[in-house]
Ligand binder design. Structure first.
Ligand code: NCD
Ligand code: ZN
Length: 343
């Protein structure tokens, strides 16, 4: 196959940031994606419906002329979240999900949840109104090995939380382990899981073997090769519960290349070209549209986009950096030349 036209993809987990950084990275998503679930981990976080509305307006104001893109807003769940505010933001059509960060799990998660008893009313309300919970699924306990934090979260937090909140729709975000794939496969259709581009390409050796590579450091951290292969199998399977959430997370090189560098891979510019290659390698190009463009809207109860994108088998050269007023941001390097281009 040398050309493939599919329904325009959506990104079900994206960090756009704000201000100058947002202006620089937004066009790279909007050139290929029709919609994206926008992460609320700004500083300070997007907690209320009013804050989400203002953030959406800033995103739309930063969108270059002639580009078509719909930001799907989320609220950052805190122990003080007001269920009535959540319900109103959902009823108005503004907010499509609520985001759960365990306190301290990742970048800008200090206001996240430590005491899960305090979010019970909000979770019950969300189950009642059918608003999905997007979950960063890692425990933060210092005594749990960082490579085990996702698997432990499933047993200690996610499964009990779902049992206590029947009907709650949950997205396990950016899954990185075969444990998560197996758990997702064993659940009913209230549960879905997103998979990033970079976790289909790298394992933990890419970060740590032959010198430390800060640009491959993200959270959840990439795991062993057997886990990467389980993610490849899930993403390319065509199963409805798995869909794309890039977790494209731009940080300036200055902030990545520190003794204590930020977590995040910036994949927005080359995600579609990389995915075409990944799916072709796994003889699954016929499932690419399912993963990038159909399963997500199906879970969120939204229409599939009626516009398309065409992928052609012509080598693409990506810039290694995107320049922002805050400094350069390195684009994720898949480690192989790109054989596909996205138009
Ligand atoms: C994200 C970020 O930079 O905001 N970083 C990351 O490594 N993925 C936060 C997150 O989604 O964990
Ligand atoms: Zn993220």
């Amino acid at each position: 196959m040398t050309s493939l036209t599919i329904a325009r993809p959506d990104d079900w987990h994206l960090h756009l940031r704000d201000g100058a950084m947002m202006r620089a990275v937004l066009p790279h998503t909007a050139q290929h994606f029709a919609r994206a679930i926008i992460m609320p981990n700004l500083v300070p976080p997007v907690v209320t419906g009013a804050q989400a509305l203002a953030y959406r307006d800033r995103i739309l104001a930063a969108l270059p002329e002639g580009m078509d893109f719909a930001p799907l807003m989320t609220l950052y769940l805190t122990e003080d979240t007001d269920p009535d505010d959540v319900e109103a933001a959902h009823a108005s059509g503004l907010v499509k999900a609520v985001k759960l960060y365990p306190a301290g799990a990742t970048t800008n998660s200090a206001s996240g949840v430590a005491d899960f008893g305090k979010i019970r009313d909000t979770l019950d309300r969300m189950a009642k109104i059918g608003l999905p919970l997007c979950v960063h699924g890692e425990v933060t306990d210092g005594d749990v090995d960082i490579f085990d934090r996702e698997a432990v979260f499933i047993d200690r937090v996610l499964d009990p939380l779902r049992r206590a909140t029947p009907g709650l729709r949950v997205v396990m975000e950016h899954i990185t382990t075969s444990n998560a794939v197996d758990y997702a496969r064993a659940q009913d259709d209230t549960l879905a899981a997103t998979i990033t581009t970079h976790h289909l390409v790298i394992n933990r050796n890419h970060i740590l073997a032959g010198g430390i590579k800060p640009h491959y450091y993200c959270l959840p951290v990439a795991k062993r090769e057997e886990h990467r292969l389980a993610l490849r199998n899930a993403a390319t399977s065509g199963e409805t519960r798995f869909f794309l959430g890039t977790d494209s997370a731009p940080h300036t090189d200055a902030n990545k290349l520190l003794p204590c560098g930020c977590a995040g891979c910036f994949t927005a510019p080359n995600t579609m070209a990389i995915l075409a290659q990944v799916f072709e390698e796994d003889a699954a190009l016929d499932h690419l549209e399912t993963f990038t463009s159909r399963n997500g809207p199906n879970f969120y109860g939204l229409p599939v986009n009626d516009t398309t994108i065409t992928l052609t088998k012509t080598p693409s050269t990506m810039p290694t950096h995107v320049n922002t007023e805050e400094g350069p941001v390195t684009v994720f390097d898949p480690g192989f030349p790109l054989e596909w281009s996205a138009h």
